[in-house]
Design a protein around this ligand. Sequence first.
Ligand SMILES: N[C@@H](CCC(=O)N[C@@H](CS)C(=O)NCC(=O)O)C(=O)O
Length: 114
Amino acid sequence: MIERIARAVRRLAGSGGSPPEEGGGERSGRPVQGLVLYHFTSCPFCVRVRVATSRLGIDLPMKDIRADPEARAELIEGGGSKQVPCLRIEEAEGGVRWLYESGDIVRYLEQRYA
Ligand SMILES: N[C@@H](CCC(=O)N[C@@H](CS)C(=O)NCC(=O)O)C(=O)O
C-alpha cells in the first residue's frame, strides 16, 4: 500500500511512466501500447495529464523534453511544435497522430481506458 502511494507521488511529480525505449523499469498500472506522452516535470498542463493516467491506472510511457534533447527534437519534427503535453499515438491503421492540448489528451485517454 505504501509503495503504491509512493509510486503515485513519483508519477505526479514527473518521474512516473515507463521509459519508452527501455520497456523495463517500474510499472505502476496497466501497460498501454503505441502511446508516448511528451512532457516536462513542472508543466502544469502535463501534471493534469499525469493525474489522469494515475486515476485511470495506466502506465503511460513518457519522454521528458527538458531532460532529453532527442525527445524534444522528435516532438518538434513529428508534431510540429515544442508545446507539451503532447501524446504520440500510433494508429491501428499504421499512421502516427500527435495530439496536443491537455484537455484533448485526457478525453482521449478516458475514452480508451476508463
Ligand atoms: N492549452 C495547452 C497549454 C500547454 C502549454 O502552454 N504548455 C507549455 C508548458 S507549461 C508549453 O509547452 N509552452 C511552450 C510552447 O507552447 O511552445 C494545454 O492545455 O495543453
